[in-house]
Design a protein around this ligand. Structure first.
Ligand SMILES: C[S@@+](CC[C@H](N)C(=O)[O-])C[C@H]1O[C@@H](n2cnc3c(N)ncnc32)[C@H](O)[C@@H]1O
Length: 276
C-alpha cells in the first residue's frame, strides 16, 4: 500500500512514544503572554534582577505516523501549526468569537484555539478512520489546557448540503471564524472545499452573521515535464478556480511570532477569505 508521512515528524523531536499501536507526540508551545513578561525587567525586594522565563505548555496528541492518502487526517501537518500560531497571535481579537475548524485532522488547531478562547469551538472532519473518536480522545487528553468548550462534529465537504445534520447547520450558523489547515490535496476535494466556502459565506449573509475564513496550506512543489518547471498544482488550481469568486482573498504576511516548534518554511501560506 502507498503511504504518506508528514514532514514535520523528521524535523523536530516531538518526544513521540509508541505503545502497542498507539503513537503519542508532544507539541510544545510558549504562551503569548510570556512575550510581554519577557520584555519587562523587574527586580526583587533586594534589588536583584529577576529573570522572566517563558511560560510553556504542551499539546499531547495521539496520531498516526504514516497513512494511505485517504487517511492523512490521522497525521499532523504543518498548516495546523501555522494556524495555531496565528490564533495565539490574535487571541484577544478572536476571544469570544465562535470558531469552526474544517478538516481538523487530530485536532491540534482546535485545541490551540480552545486554550485562549473561552467560547465555543466546533471541530469538524469527515469521519474516516474513526477520526472523530480520535479527536474526542485528544480533546479529553488536553482538557486541563482548555478555557473553551470543543464540540466534535462530522462535516464532509462531499456530502450534499441537504444531508447536513441539524447540529452541523446550527454550528455553522453560530460560527464567526472558520479555520482550515492543509485541506486541499486533490482537484475534486478543492472543488468541494470551494463550494463549502461559498455556502458558508452565503449562510453568513442570510443570517447576518458574516464569516471570516482562514486557510493555511503548504505549497507543495513538483517538477513537471509539461511545465518544464517546479509548480504547486494544488495551490495554482485553487487560485484558478476562485479567481472569479465574489470573495476577498488576502494572502496574510507570516510576520506573527512562532509559538509552536516546527519549521515555518517559505512554502507555507495563510489566506483570509471574506465575502464581498
Ligand atoms: C492533510 S490533512 C490536514 C489535517 C489537519 N488540518 C492538519 O493540518 O494537521 C487533510 C484533512 O482534510 C480532511 N478531509 C479529507 N476529505 C474531506 C472531506 N470530504 N470533508 C471534510 N474534510 C476532509 C481529512 O480528513 C484531513 O483531516
Amino acid at each position: 500500500m502507498f503511504t504518506v508521512t508528514s514532514e514535520i515528524y523528521g524535523e523536530n523531536n516531538y518526544q513521540t512514544t509508541r505503545d502497542g499501536g498507539k503513537v503519542v507526540s508532544r507539541f510544545r508551545f510558549v504562551y503569548p503572554d510570556s512575550e510581554a513578561k519577557l520584555a519587562r525587567i523587574t527586580t526583587d525586594k533586594d534589588g536583584d534582577l529577576e529573570v522572566a522565563r517563558p511560560r510553556r505548555g504542551v499539546i499531547e496528541l495521539e496520531h498516526s505516523e504514516a497513512t494511505e492518502l485517504r487517511l492523512v487526517g490521522l497525521q499532523v501537518w504543518r498548516g495546523a501549526l501555522l494556524l495555531a500560531d496565528y490564533l495565539f497571535s490574535k487571541k484577544d481579537e478572536f476571544s469570544g468569537k465562535t470558531l469552526m475548524e474544517l478538516g481538523a485532522g487530530v485536532g491540534l488547531t482546535s485545541i490551540a484555539a480552545g486554550i485562549h478562547n473561552p467560547g465555543r469551538i466546533y471541530c469538524t472532519d469527515v469521519d474516516l478512520g474513526c477520526i472523530l473518536k480520535l479527536i474526542r480522545g485528544n480533546v479529553q487528553r488536553n482538557s486541563q489546557l482548555l478555557s473553551g468548550k470543543i464540540s466534535v462534529l462530522e462535516f464532509d465537504f462531499l456530502a450534499p448540503r441537504e444531508d447536513q445534520s441539524q447540529d452541523l447547520v446550527e454550528a455553522i450558523d453560530n460560527s464567526d471564524i472558520i479555520l482550515a489547515a492543509d485541506v486541499i490535496y486533490s482537484d475534486s476535494l478543492t472543488d468541494a472545499f470551494i463550494s463549502v466556502v461559498d455556502n458558508l459565506l452565503e449562510r453568513g449573509r442570510q443570517t447576518r452573521r458574516h464569516k471570516t475564513i482562514y486557510m493555511a496550506l503548504e505549497k507543495r512543489y513538483v517538477f513537471t515535464l509539461e511545465d518544464c518547471d517546479s509548480v504547486a498544482p494544488m495551490y495554482e488550481y485553487l487560485i484558478r478556480q476562485t479567481v472569479n469568486k465574489p470573495w476577498n482573498m488576502e494572502h496574510l504576511p507570516l510576520d506573527f511570532p512562532q509559538y509552536f516548534e516546527y519549521d515555518r518554511c517559505k512554502q507555507l501560506i495563510l489566506i483570509k477569505i471574506t465575502g464581498r
